[in-house]
Design a protein around this ligand. Structure first.
Ligand code: GTP
Ligand code: NA
Ligand code: MG
Length: 280
């Protein structure tokens, strides 16, 4: 579309790594740096994705660590929603089987990686050994003459977080991430469940366009009309633009992670698209 007007969008970041290396702790710590959530008390709200507004006013979208299987499953279904992967490696434990698995998934997805060497507060931490071991998997960090950014952090002591955020923003800038907010929305399901009282609810990451209350849509082979949108702070909103994660209410059934959401002009068209997708 020649008249599409592209605007800068927030990077979408996934954290991966070996079990117990601190993925959840790091996400929580990063979330704690949000200058907006701190004020609204929205910090305890939990959906599968959330946005952090940095001190400089930049926004980063984090996907709650979906597990490697879910990551590759979503990728297999064409939902390459992640722009950047943060590989968490515990500096005491070093490279472990799931670290290597995460490296392979990231390479296969063709997504740039930032290495967060975690637990650097521990006396037995050996970040240099991590960098050396990464070489064996063709991950060459800047210190070793390569171009993969790495940062020493402690999710526990909350050190290195600003530097990690800086590196994410730097990487995002290089990637020139854009989308057109002024069109019918398209997005992907991050997670979905049947909620007591609210019915089928899906957390959708909007990829392009702007999703609005009242929009008619197809998700996977289900159709519906947006009854309400709830943001990651638990607040009802009227719309959600590119890179914004939002809970969508008004679904006819529970879709699967990775399913594509497409806004269409009317219900007749929604039924047509849903029927077509059911045949696939
Ligand atoms: P799974 O989701 O089970 O794979 O684990 P995870 O990678 O999310 O790790 P999690 O955040 O649950 O942390 C595992 C353990 O490591 C917890 O006991 C944390 O308190 C501890 N931990 C996480 N980050 C740090 C850190 O920076 N320093 C220290 N000393 N401990 C940490
Ligand atoms: Na754990
Ligand atoms: Mg965890």
């Amino acid at each position: 579309d020649p008249v599409e007007s592209l605007k800068v969008r927030a990077p979408v970041v996934t954290i991966m790594g070996h079990v117990d290396h601190g993925k959840t702790s790091l996400l929580d710590a990063l979330r704690g740096t949000d200058v907006v959530a701190g004020e609204s008390g929205g910090i305890t709200q939990h959906i599968g994705a959330y946005q952090v507004t940095t001190k400089g006013g930049d926004i980063i979208t984090f996907l709650d660590t979906p597990g490697h299987e879910a990551f590759s499953e979503m990728r297999a279904r064409g939902a390459n929603v992640t722009d950047i992967v943060i590989l968490v490696v515990a500096a005491d434990d070093g490279l472990m089987p799931q670290t290597i698995e995460a490296i392979n998934h990231t390479k296969a997805a063709g997504v740039p990686m930032i290495v967060a060497i975690n637990k650097c507060d521990k006396p037995e931490a050996n970040p240099q050994k991590v960098r050396e071991r990464l070489l064996e998997h063709e991950i060459v960090v800047e210190d070793m003459g390569g171009d993969v950014q790495d940062v020493q952090v402690s999710a526990l002591k909350k050190t290195g977080l600003d530097e990690l955020i800086e590196k994410i923003l730097l990487q995002a800038e290089v990637m020139e991430l854009t989308a057109n907010p002024d069109r019918a929305a398209e997005g992907n399901v991050i997670e979905a469940q049947l909620d007591k009282g609210r019915g089928a609810v899906a957390t959708v990451l909007v990829r392009k366009g702007t999703l609005k209350v009242g929009d008619t849509f197809v998700i996977g082979a289900e159709s519906g009309k947006v009854r309400a949108l709830v943001n990651d702070k638990g607040q009802q909103v009227k719309s959600a633009g590119p890179s914004v994660p939002v809970e969508v209410l008004g679904l006819s059934g529970v879709p699967m992670a990775g399913d594509q959401m497409t806004v269409v002009e009317n219900e007749a068209r929604a039924r047509e698209v849903a029927a077509y997708r059911q045949e696939q």
